[in-house]
Design a protein around this ligand. Structure first.
Ligand SMILES: Nc1ncnc2c1ncn2[C@@H]1O[C@H](COP(=O)(O)OP(=O)(O)OP(=O)(O)O)[C@@H](O)[C@H]1O
Length: 413
């Protein structure tokens, strides 16, 4: 007679649940049991899918699985004792940006949407650079979003008339503040909402704003940066370059932007250096423009012959904002050179490198420095030593068939 094997704990649990399900008297009891069963028997991914399916089903059947929790997201972060509205609520603006990107293209089940067309202002609020459209939920309406298998409902709620007055003039969004947002979800997912979904909304909005940002190119004269709009059409798609090399540069840039915590952890300034070298006219400046367009970073094109002393240079470097590319072209000949007026430059290469590694690195985040040269072999050893420029990229002429010549990039750190 064969020996009966003991069932595994999972099989035993499944049998016990099946028996209980058969005898469950009510729909509510069935739902509670099914949820416990899923929690114990399903792997994480399946559980998320099951949760999503269950929430869809419950929405269709009109019954709620659990208690509904609603977070109220107002346009301002609080109110002083005098009743005056205080700082902007960053989540409110981020949620509007995030929802606008989710509503474009408009979902078929939302026949009515709000639309605004506004001037696309440059970052510094200065010049106007075209216009942008934005879709949003009309007051009284709602939209749902599924994140990690959990359903989140965003509802736009009009402010009571009395509150509208108090809000008038607060912050930059004007009439947008005549309503607030409600974020509702099953109360059991409160931790997911606060710890994962809200940060996700904030990050997504940040990314959208980054993509919409108008770019600048800044050129120096004395202590000043002169700023013009940057509309260079070059992108990685238009750049003629070996495809593997191109992909490795894009991957390197993308990794850099995501590694804030990594740089903090290892105690290094969040910056990355690229040395572009190769004959004249092979696309080094074009590559810088493509990098700026890809990252949505401003370019600071530093001409050392216009920067005077180390002190002026220090001033210039310190006034560069985060998310910028600092470019110094023809680095082989711009230090220790002579200006057009015949004066010797007071900037030395070691002074420049010290400033970049020291003060400049300590004064900001997420910055890229690019040196270009036609003659890598003429460069000072201090510039080529490992860790100084993180990636050395050769830009060569195209071959007869139009394929660019290639050398593997060298990564020095
Ligand atoms: N690889 C390339 N892909 C696309 N366009 C290119 C490429 N190389 C050169 N060009 C075009 O040739 C012109 C000169 O290119 P660019 O100024 O970028 O070269 P460079 O290497 O920076 O030159 P220099 O060393 O003299 O500064 C630009 O108009 C650019 O559009």
């Amino acid at each position: 007679m064969g020996r009966r094997m003991d069932p595994s704990p999972a099989v035993a649990a499944a049998d016990a649940y099946r028996r209980a399900l058969r005898t469950a008297a009510s729909v509510a009891a069935y739902a509670v049991l099914a949820r416990s069963m899923a929690r114990e028997l399903l792997p994480d991914e399946l559980r998320a899918t099951a949760r999503w399916g269950a929430s869809k089903l419950s929405a269709r059947l009109g019954w709620r699985r659990g208690e509904l929790r609603t977070l109220v997201v107002r346009s301002h972060a609080g109110r002083s004792s005098a009743g005056i509205v205080s700082d902007d609520n960053l989540l409110y603006d981020a949620a509007r940006t995030y929802l606008a990107s989710r509503l474009d293209p408009p979902p078929p089940d939302m026949p009515r949407l709000g639309l605004t067309v506004s001037k696309a202002k440059d970052d510094d609020g200065g010049g106007v650079d075209g216009w942008k459209t934005r879709l949003f939920i009309e007051p009284g309406d709602f939209t749902t979003d599924v994140f990690d298998g959990v359903e989140f409902t965003w509802r736009s709620v009009p402010l009571p008339d009395g509150e509208k007055k108090k809000n008038a003039g607060a912050g930059s969004a004007g009439g947008d503040r005549d309503y607030f947002l409600e974020l509702s979800f099953d109360a059991e997912h409160t931790a997911t909402a606060l710890e994962r979904y809200v940060p996700f909304v904030m990050e997504s909005a940040k990314e959208t704003k980054r993509r919409e940002r108008g770019l600048k190119i800044c050129m120096n004269e004395g202590k000043m940066w002169y700023i013009i709009n940057h509309h260079h059409p070059a992108t990685f798609d238009t750049l003629a370059m070996d495809s593997d090399l191109k992909s490795s540069i894009i991957a390197d840039l993308d990794l850099f932007t995501r590694r804030k915590d990594h740089y903090r952890r290892i105690g290094k300034a969040w910056k990355r250096g690229y040395l572009l070298y190769g004959p004249p006219g092979t696309g080094k400046s074009t590559l810088v423009a493509a990098m700026a367009n890809h990252l949505r970073y401003n370019i600071h094109d530093l001409d050392l012959s216009h920067s005077g002393s180390n002190l002026t240079l220090q001033w210039l470097l310190l006034s560069i904002q985060n998310r910028s590319i600092l470019v110094i072209e023809d680095i082989d000949c711009c230090c220790d050179a002579v200006t057009r007026e015949g004066r010797h430059l007071q900037v030395t290469l070691s002074g420049l490198l010290n400033l970049i590694d020291g003060l400049w690195s300590a004064s900001g985040d997420e910055r890229i420095i690019v040196f270009t040269t036609n003659y890598k072999e003429r460069l000072d050893a201090a510039l080529l030593r490992p860790g100084r420029m993180d990636m050395h990229i050769y830009m060569g002429y195209c071959g007869w068939d139009g394929t660019p010549s290639r050398r593997s990039p060298t990564t020095t750190s």
